[in-house]
Structure formats: C-alpha cells, structure tokens
Design a binder for this molecule. Sequence first.
Ligand code: UD1
Length: 432
Amino acid sequence: MDRLRIIGGQTLSGSVRISGAKNAALPLMAASLLTDQTLILRNVPKVSDIEAMAKLLAELGLDVSDHEANGGSCNIKGDPSICLALSGSGLEGVTASYELVRKMRASVLVMGPLLARLGYACVSMPGGCAIGPRPVDLHVAGLRQLGATILLKEGYIEASAPKGLRGAVIRLPVASVGATENLMMAASLAEGDTIISNAAREPEVADLAKCLVKMGARISGVGTQRLEISGVSSLGGADYTVVSDRIESGTYAIVAGITGGTLDLLGARLEHMQTVADSLARVGVELSNIPDGVRAARVSREICPVTIETEPYPGFPTDMQAQLMALVTLAKGVSTVRERIFENRFMHVNELARMGANISIKGNTAMVVGVSALNGAPVMATDLRASVSLLLAGLAAQGETVINRVYHLDRGYETIVEKLVACGAIVERLRE
Ligand code: UD1
C-alpha cells in the first residue's frame, strides 16, 4: 500500500486547477443508465471512485469509453481530467454485485435509473462503512412510493416495477443527497408528476438535475428544497461538463490557511462555498473572487478559533469538517466542531492527537484547544476526508509525517501530490 511522506513547514503559494466534483460525476455517470443514447461527460476527475463506478456500469452492459480516445475533442492541455462517453444501448445487466457496491456506497445510485428504464434492479446493500451505518432506507421508501415493489433478500435490494413507475408526492424526512438523486432520476422516467420536498440542495444535486434536463427531463425547482418532475417516456443523450469540486476547493483554501500562503483556485466557485468562506474568514483565511476562480489567502498572523456545526447545504459541509479541524488545531484559542450529519466522523481526531493536537470529544462535539505547533508523525488514514486532514496537518507540522493507506486519498483527490508540489510543498508518494 502506498504511503505519503511530507516534510512540513513550507509556505504554499501559486495556483491549483480545481477538478470536476467527484460527487457530481458519480450520479451523472449513473444517469447514463436512463437512456439508450450516448452521454458525454467532461471534466470528470481521474480518481478511483470514478473508476469503480465505470467498472460497475460496464458490468451492467454499458459501453464506457474515453471520449478523446474515440477521436472526440476534450481536455484543456495538461489537465488530467477525463472525458467519458457512456452509451447505454447495450444495457442488459440488472444486478450490482456486492463486490463492487461494498467498495463505494454511491453504487446504490444505479438503483433508481435501472428500475426506471428496465423495470427491475438488484443492488447489494452498501453495508456499514467507516463513517457510521449510513442506511439506504430513504432510497427504498421513496422508490416504493413511486410504485416499486422492494424486497430485501440475502444482502440485496431487489426492486421491481414491471408496469413502470408512477409519479408520487415524496417528503424526505432527512435532506439526503443520494436519496434525492436516486429518486429524481427514477421520477424522470415515471408516468405522471412527482414532487420531492425537503430535497437536498447541494450543488452536485443541481448539477445532476441540469444534465437530466439537457437529456430531456422535465424538472423545475432545481437547486431548491422542492423539486417537481414531470415524467417523460424516454431520455436522450447529452454533452455535459461536471461542476467544479467545492470540497477540493475548500481543502486547498485550507492548505493556504494552514501554511500561511496564498493560492489561486482555478475553476473554483465561491458561490458554492459561501458558508466555508464565512467560517474561514473568522479563522483568518480570506476567499475572494478572481477572474478565473477564487483566491485563498491567510490574512491574519495568527489562526483564530471558530465554532462550526455541519449541516446540509447551504450549511457547513460534513465533507469539510476534518480539514477545518486540522486548521484550528493551530488556532490561538478554543474551537468547537459539532458533527450533525454522520456518526463516527471523528476518526482523524486520534491521529491529529498523535501529531500534538489537543482535542477532546463529547458525543458529536469536538473541542479543539489550539496548540502552538504540530509535530510530524507516522499516521494512519481511515477515510477520504480524514486522510486529507492528516495531510494538511503534515504540511504545517515540524518535521516528517508519513501517511499510511493513501488509497483513501486517491478515491477523491486528483493528482494531489503533483498539485501540492507545484505550490512548494515537500510531499512524495512512497510506492510499495
Ligand atoms: C453524499 C456525499 C458524501 C457527503 C454526504 C453529505 C456523494 C457520492 N457522497 O453522501 O460525500 O458526505 O452526501 O453531504 O455524493 N440517511 C438515512 N437514510 C438514507 C440516506 C441517508 O438515514 O436512506 C442519512 C445518513 O445516514 C446521513 C444523512 O442522511 O446521516 C445524509 O446522508 P446523505 O445525504 O444521503 O449522504 P450520501 O448521499 O450517502
């Protein structure tokens, strides 16, 4: 298993090209199951979660190829992102196996599209994962409301609707991102009208809706808590560019903050990260619009403490909680971080403590007493965002940090070592 070795203490400056959002690209790829025509997706990040979804779709009979290799025009020169051509004309499979689903929870997003297009889907239950139980009950309940019969058998969710789905009024008790996406895709091909209230409003959900509209879906209320979908009998292909990754943008903003530098985040969109920007401003890191993205600069000499709690969008994202915590380990004062979306999402805390951080946890709240310095140490990554928080801490720590199990980072951060090195970091991947 590869490891990362970091020598901390450099001030990072320069520019970073922000990739397409993995969490937008994954549901967009699943949307290709809804049509027998070709969906072209541009600005897809080259990360392992995308490879896993491509593998799952190929197993279901989709033709997944590199659009550029097919002769299509694609990327900006030097940009590692991929441009995918997904063609569902040969779709035949209906079973998403445990082998693939267990590696990535987002695999469950194939359920709505398969059911809507073929009238049947069998998807392995994602099971527990490192950040808590993460159930799929809302996906199942919503699909039942759309007329599907669903059985839970031997670890699989077997869904059928031989006569097709029909529109319904669905109120989500929790504004779940994945359930909103699954139900929106399914409702696009249902007969009649569907209303999803208390829908998730994340920019990635809106990105999926915009692409579905390009494919011929009739959706209104995009980006709001109430989505109205008028089902159509079929959807066509489209050419769509994935929105930039607000979580990657926020992570690099914290790179600038924790190392005391200035980074230009090319392609980042400040309007998608306003709550993060507000919290960072209190800490002493300013985000401002520049012509081709967002500039992140540490403007105060000291890092100031802050209180945050994670919430559905537009609140502070749970996917930025670990990174913000790494930053305020070095604040002058006491910060409070409350995690309200997932249980057990404090796995970075013990590892940060090994680097000298002073953090105590009570229930879903962490109290972070700032220290004057962190020390490099060997640490173990346990999930995607926890891993990157250790990397952030390593960039600011005195001496050498080695992060084990780097495959977690590879799931969601495109060419992270190269991007950091280009801004002055001393980081290398130790291959095994
Ligand atoms: C997505 C993101 C993930 C992010 C999360 C919250 C992708 C691929 N992943 O995950 O990075 O951390 O949104 O912003 O986009 N819940 C239920 N029952 C369900 C579904 C969810 O109780 O059927 C609960 C979850 O346990 C959690 C909350 O709802 O407490 C939010 O989860 P959800 O928004 O569904 O997260 P994901 O879509 O899995």
